[in-house]
Design a protein around this ligand. Sequence first.
Ligand code: FAD
Length: 318
Amino acid sequence: PTDIFPKEIGVATTFSFELYPPRSAAAADALEVSLAHLVASGPEFISVTYGAGGTTTDRSLRVLQQLRAGGVDAMAHLTCVGSSYAEASAMIHEFLDAGITKFLALRGDPPAGAKEGEDFLGDLGSAGELVQLIHRIRAEKAQFVQPPLAGFPRGTRLAPQPKVTIAVAAFPNGHPRSRSVSQDLDTLLAKEAAGANLAITQLFFDPEDYLRFVDQARAAGITMRILPGIMPVLSAERLHRIVQLTGEKLPTELLRKLEAAGSPEAQFEVGVDHASSLSRALLNGGASGLHLYTFNQHPAVLRILRETGLYVPVKEYA
Ligand code: FAD
C-alpha cells in the first residue's frame, strides 16, 4: 500500500491549493477573480506561502482572512529561519489570534547569499522545533483564555478546542541539504514526533518518486497523511527555473515536449497533460488527495481536477 490513509478509513479523496500573497494591487485584483473559481471548487483547504524572515506577514494574513471570510479552511505557511525565539513566538501568536488553526511549519530557505550549513538559522534549528513551538503556544493560549472558575482547577477547559492541523514539508527526492534517503525519513519522523499531523511534498515529476517515498515512510513508521504536491509546469522557462530552485532532476521528456510545443497555449496544454497524468497515477497508487500549486491562477489547476475527475465545474471557467 502507498498512502493508506483514505483506503483504510474511507476518507474521500480531496484536493487543496497553494497560493502566494500578491505583490501589487493589480495582482491582488487578479487573485480575487481566481480565488472565486478556486473557492467554488470546494477544496479541503487553501494554503498561503510565507516569505522567510517575515517579509510577507501582513500580506499573507490578508489573504488568509479573505479565505476565512469566504468560508474556506485557510492554512498558513510559517517559517522560522533567522528568527529569534521571541520573534517566532510573536509570529505564532499573531496567526493564532487571527483565528488560523491550520499551519504548514517550515524551516525556510537560507537568506540570499547564505549557503546551507552557514550560521543563518536563528534560535530554531529546524521545522520540527517550530511544530513544537506552535503546539506549546496554542496550549498556553487555550488555558489562558479560559477564566478560572470557582471549584475547578485553573486551566480547566470548558469547551473542546478546535483541532489544529500542523503540516510539514516532505521531500520524495531528498532535500538538497540532506545526505541520504534515511536522513529525509528521519527528519520527517522527527517532525511527526514533534506533533505534525500532515505532510505535503515538494514537487516531483514522476509518480514513482512519491509512491516509493510513501512506502519508505510507512516502513520507517511514519503514520501521518502524505499529500503529493503537484505543480503544473506551463512553460519550458518555468521548468528551468523550478529545477534550479528545488534541485529536482530535469525531466528531459517534459522539457522536450514543452520546447516542441512552441506557443504559450500549446505549452499550457503540455503542462496540464503532464500534471493530469501524474495526478491520475498518484490517485490510482493510493494517494489520498492532491495539493496543487496554483501560481495564483485557476485555469490549469481546475483543468487538472477535471481531467482526474475530482471536480467538474458547473460552468466553464475563463
Ligand atoms: P527541515 O525539516 O528543518 O529540514 C531541512 C533540511 O535540514 C533537511 O534536509 C533535513 O534533513 C535537514 N536537517 C534538519 N534538521 C537537521 C539536523 N538537526 N541535523 C542535520 N540536518 C538536519 N519556504 C518558504 O520560505 N516559504 C514557504 O511558504 C514555503 N513553502 C513550502 C511548501 C512546501 C510544500 C515545501 C515542500 C517547501 C516550502 N518552502 C517554503 C521551502 C522550505 O522552507 C525549504 O525547503 C527549506 O530549505 C526546508 O524547510 P523544511 O521545513 O523542510 O526544513
